[in-house]
Design a protein around this ligand. Structure first.
Ligand code: DGL
Length: 279
């Protein structure tokens, strides 16, 4: 039965665990296979060509295990690879995080002034800007790379004066744009940024709605499974973790992102570089 197959989720490393949390919360009966490409993280500073190649290999590794749906949890990979992976895997629905995040920002804004913070790769690729303008050509979108937040989140620096000072400095261009056209919505366009949500909220103030693409992606996946009658009816699903580098660091850093328990012994290291795309 296809319903009983797991959902495959991949990310460049640990950050995608924020997306895994959201899927687990919304779809507790689903079995999940999470792949973190920890040997090649970060994707956010790599060229689009490299990220597409990495994404092809990660997707091939997951589809070789029989999955019913593929979620690209990484914003940087979603920005460049969703359509490509969908073409390579016509039998499986491929979800990225950009489109649901863009749609949620359009639903949230009341004045059409939206800001996006993401990695350098996602910003340069204009993925959120394009997706938002496709649905709402009247929107004005400013995008700001904040790659430094990735390191803060992984080090567990999520709150406190120092973190807020860094967040404030990094968001300065967005807040400057705010002077001319007041943004009322800020998209957290990177897997790691929900970890800094409280600090970001303090800096931008409560007039600005924060859009977390992890939650909106999970909602889109749920909707799809309901429509296609692909929900797993069991009460509690299992989660399996795969990584491409030593599991030790993944297990340590994961505690800053994952709401469940991960024991190092449960994490399997695999080589994905020898998986070539299907087709
Ligand atoms: N997962 C990446 C993203 O959401 C952030 C970390 C990285 O640069 O690989 O864009």
């Amino acid at each position: 039965m296809r319903n009983n197959l797991p959902i495959g989720v991949f990310d460049s490393g640990v950050g995608g665990l924020t997306v895994l949390n959201a899927i687990k919360d919304l779809l507790p009966g689903e079995d999940l296979v999470y792949l973190g490409d920890t040997a090649r993280v970060p994707y956010g500073t790599k060229s689009a060509a490299s990220v597409i190649r990495y994404a092809e290999q990660a997707a091939a590794a997951l589809t070789s295990r029989d999955i019913k749906l593929l979620v690209i949890a990484c914003n940087t990979a979603s920005a460049v690879a969703v359509e490509h992976l969908q073409q390579l895997n016509p039998g499986i629905a491929v979800f990225g995080v950009i489109e649901p995040g863009a749609q949620a920002s359009i639903a949230a804004t009341t004045n059409n002034h939206i800001a996006v913070i993401a990695t350098e790769g996602t910003v340069n690729n204009q993925a959120y800007q394009t997706a938002i303008l496709k649905h709402n050509p009247d929107a004005s979108v400013v995008a700001q790379p904040c790659s430094l937040f990735v390191a803060l989140a992984e080090e567990g620096w999520h709150n406190g004066e120092l973190v807020e000072a860094i967040v404030s400095e990094c968001l300065r261009p967005v807040l400057r744009a705010d002077c001319q056209s007041k943004i009322d919505t800020l998209v957290l366009g990177c897997t790691h940024f929900p970890a800094l949500k409280q600090s970001i909220a303090k800096v931008v103030g409560d007039q600005v709605t924060l859009v977390d693409s992890a939650q909106t992606t999970a909602a889109a996946v749920r909707q799809f499974l309901i429509e296609k009658e692909l929900l797993n009816k069991q009460e509690r699903g299992e989660v399996c973790f795969l990584v491409t580098d030593d599991p030790g660091r993944f297990a340590r850093v994961a505690k800053h992102f994952y709401t469940g328990q991960i024991r190092e012994g449960e994490i399997q290291q695999i080589d994905i570089q020898h998986f070539s795309p299907i087709g």
